[in-house]
Write a new protein. Structure first.
Ligand code: FES
Ligand SMILES: [Fe+2]
Length: 340
């Protein structure tokens, strides 16, 4: 599937830039191959427009924000959060403005990020109850550009067979390559997949897991949100919950912005933020390394190619079927390069 070619995928929310980066002015972002600009309106809410002035096409992200309106840096034409042209500085005050605008996109602030849907969203942004639960702290872990497709990141997120290989130097048990089964329940937003796995627990991970044992159990409750978000709720026997929220935001066909938030039900004294970032950074670097070597054109319709997955890969197969169903329900077929 070539992400940017599937119009249906424009109808979903993706995390783009952290809200705090918007306080100094507009920020450019590329979403599904489209250049957009994100800025804060007069209410301090994020707004997203096409990053192209309707006068002489200069990038609005090169301009600035004045009282919640975005000002083009070329001649000062000014737009509101809906993209409507509200000021032409060269006009006399009593001259009627032409009815021009730039395309606007849906944009809201949630969980510390500006979330954008290019077209009318089909589903709301998923709920993260821990975000408003005082028993949990939110940690901004990662915000990185990866050279891979969003679909590759998603299939990896539910792949229990890669731990013994990709993560053999961190938590994966190299001598136990047979993956644990997932219990899967399909939902409106995608699916819920639960699995209990055994992991290595090296000293660097002791504060993360709340255990000093050589190995420990990880109760994984993993949810997929169509098309490219997931929530991985990991619970350890210590009672610690380590809940990761990912948005594999498609920049274009071969790149994603990998956003990772973490929620923990412990305190800074139990496990410092620095440690939580350090440990997970090593793990996601292992994933990044292998995912950047994969073909970004991850096919959904596996009947078109000999891609008989491992028997364990039920989540990946369900994900492919659901995405195909989604495209077809919206009058689209998968766009992919030709396969044998
Ligand atoms: S190009 Fe933006 S105001 Fe002229
Ligand atoms: Fe991984």
């Amino acid at each position: 599937m070539l992400t940017t070619q599937q119009k249906t995928l424009r109808k979903f929310w993706y995390a783009t830039v952290p809200l705090h980066t918007l306080t100094d002015g507009p920020v450019p972002f590329r979403l599904m191959g489209e250049d957009i600009v994100i800025f804060l309106d007069e209410n301090g809410e994020p707004a997203a427009l096409a990053d192209r002035c309707c006068h002489r096409t200069a990038k609005l992200s090169k301009g600035w924000v004045d009282a919640g309106k975005i000002v083009c840096g070329y001649h000062g034409w000014t737009y509101d959060r809906d993209g409507k042209l509200v000021r032409i500085p060269q006009f006399d005050a009593d001259t009627v403005l032409p009815r021009h605008s730039v395309p606007r996109h849906h944009c809201v602030g949630r969980y510390g990020y500006a979330w954008v849907a290019l077209d009318d969203p089909l589903l709301p942004i998923f709920d993260v109850p821990e975000d408003s639960d005082p028993a949990y702290r939110r940690i901004f872990q990662f915000d990185q550009t990866w050279n891979c497709a969003a679909m590759r990141m998603m299939e990896n997120s539910f792949d229990n067979a890669h731990f013994s290989f990709v993560h053999k130097n961190t938590f994966g048990i190299a001598t136990a390559p047979k993956p644990k089964k997932y219990e899967i329940e399909e939902t409106d937003y995608g699916f819920y997949a639960a699995s209990l796995i055994e992991i290595l627990n090296p000293p660097i991970a002791h504060q993360v897991t709340g255990s000093t044992a050589e190995t420990t159990e990880r109760n994984m409750r993993n949810a997929w949100y169509l098309p490219f978000c997931r929530r991985l709720d990991m619970e350890y026997p210590s009672g610690i919950r380590h809940i990761i929220i990912n948005s594999a935001t498609p920049i274009d066909d071969g790149r994603i912005q990998l956003v990772q938030l973490l929620y923990r039900n412990d305190t800074e004294a139990d496990c410092p933020t620095e440690k939580l970032i350090e440990w997970d950074a090593v793990i996601i670097e292992e994933d990044r390394e292998v995912l950047e070597s994969t073909d970004p054109d991850a096919i959904l319709d596996v009947s078109r190619k000999i891609e008989q997955h491992m028997p364990s890969d039920r989540p990946g197969m369900i994900m492919r079927r659901r995405l195909l169903e989604l495209l077809r329900a919206n009058g689209e077929e998968e766009v992919t390069r030709a396969y044998d």
